[in-house]
Ligand binder design. Structure first.
Ligand code: FES
Length: 147
């Protein structure tokens, strides 16, 4: 409704007092650069730093108690492994399908959360919340790592 009123006013050569709120060039790079740089630094810190600081969050799936998850190296790949309350293991790629940061398990919500832009995935890797639109790739759990 506002868009219709605004377009009609602009055609008529008028500018309602609230039209500045919808001005497509309302960005203020000088004022907003600080926040943008801060966000970019955080994403970079997670994208690079998580790979350097945390090669894996657990050494083996044997360490996983039921109802928890951890990033584990399986076959040389970082995998997000979840152990269901009944003991079954489920493994998916730990690489977020949005831009490649590493996900981490959220114990409270029982989800895989990406620290970079907030995507959330179910234990089976399906997308619960974007910006990611594709699920985490499924991954086999080697037989010798199963319980
Ligand atoms: S890299 Fe952007 S949400 Fe994961």
């Amino acid at each position: 409704m506002l868009a219709g009123k605004l377009i009609a006013a602009r055609i008529a050569g008028e500018a309602p007092s609230w039209s500045d709120l919808f001005d497509p060039v309302r960005l203020h790079p000088g004022v907003e650069a600080g926040g943008l740089l801060h966000n970019t630094a955080q994403v970079t810190r997670h994208f690079v730093g998580d790979r350097l600081r945390r090669p894996a969050h657990a050494d083996s799936v044997d360490e996983l108690p039921p109802g928890s998850g951890a990033v584990v190296r399986l076959g040389g790949e970082r995998c997000a492994v979840y152990r269901a309350p009944d003991g079954r293991l489920q493994a998916v790629s730990a690489t977020c399908t949005h831009m490649g940061c590493l996900v981490a398990f959220n114990d409270a919500e029982q989800t895989w959360d990406c620290p970079c832009h907030g995507s959330r995935f179910a234990p089976d890797g399906s997308v619960l919340h974007g910006p990611a639109t594709r699920p985490l790739e499924p991954h086999d759990v080697p037989d010798d790592d199963r319980r």
